[in-house]
Design a protein around this ligand. Sequence first.
Ligand SMILES: NC(=O)c1ccc[n+]([C@@H]2O[C@H](COP(=O)([O-])OP(=O)(O)OC[C@H]3O[C@@H](n4cnc5c(N)ncnc54)[C@H](OP(=O)(O)O)[C@@H]3O)[C@@H](O)[C@H]2O)c1
Length: 262
Amino acid sequence: MSVAIITGASSGLGMDFAKAIAKKPEVDSLWLIARRTERLEALQKELQKPCKILPLDLSKAASLEEYQKLLQSENPEVSYLVNAAGFGKFGSYHSVPVETAFNMIDLNVKALVFFSQNTLPFMKENGRIIQMGSASTYNPLPYLNVYAATKSFVKVYSRALHRELKPRKITVTTVCPGWVQTEFFSRADIDTNSKKSFAKPMVSSVDVVKKAVRDADRGKDISMYGLFNKTHHFLAKILPHRLIMRLWMGMAKKELSDDELN
Ligand SMILES: NC(=O)c1ccc[n+]([C@@H]2O[C@H](COP(=O)([O-])OP(=O)(O)OC[C@H]3O[C@@H](n4cnc5c(N)ncnc54)[C@H](OP(=O)(O)O)[C@@H]3O)[C@@H](O)[C@H]2O)c1
């Protein structure tokens, strides 16, 4: 009996990963993880496979312990682990409280490492780990400084883990999209409805997930969706990051108030 474990399954990319992976014949059941139980229950009704709902706040140590205990008691054979829970906060260094920055590090970095390390003993050959990275790993991002740093950690950690796991034939795929149409922006304080919004172009979560699952099944370590995203990646390799940051700041500043900029 093989299990797919998805964090951040209550919305956006995580939810679309759950829908895509539930269709796989080799997956018998799913564990759906996030804080909003009612969302997970609604998703469970939609999926054609048995689901275990785990309402956990992954920024809390007690939730991580609960997950570890569950692994030990259930002893599942895990075919897919998707670490999609995460959030970002847009704003200047003095407007994002340090507690929020720490919370981002706890969720985007610590929980992801915890889930990866602790789930691995329950994975066999052809097991797939999918990590939500971001195009923000391509260069440093002023006004999303901590978020971009957490995602850079995810990419560096996950690529190294992918290499280490080669002898076990388990792969780790880091998904690095640009802007994706999800609920991410309301928590990040980015107004996507404003005419001057820099969050463009926006791609569909279903398309990103489709490509990511295909890339994971092919054993790729990185998944990039879309021409704009690939061009960004290429330019960030050949242009000085100082220049890219200047261009980015020109766009991003338009969304910040004078208070935030001073
Ligand atoms: N959207 C983009 O443009 C974009 C681009 C690149 C990368 N990403 C990354 O993709 C991943 C998914 O984001 P999304 O775009 O799908 O955003 P989203 O729709 O806001 O989904 C975030 C998910 O994370 C869960 N989550 C948040 N805090 C949590 C906590 N403390 N404990 C457990 N679960 C928590 C949320 O569930 P609950 O609120 O129910 O807990 C939700 O299911 C994130 O890692 C994000 O950084 C997004």
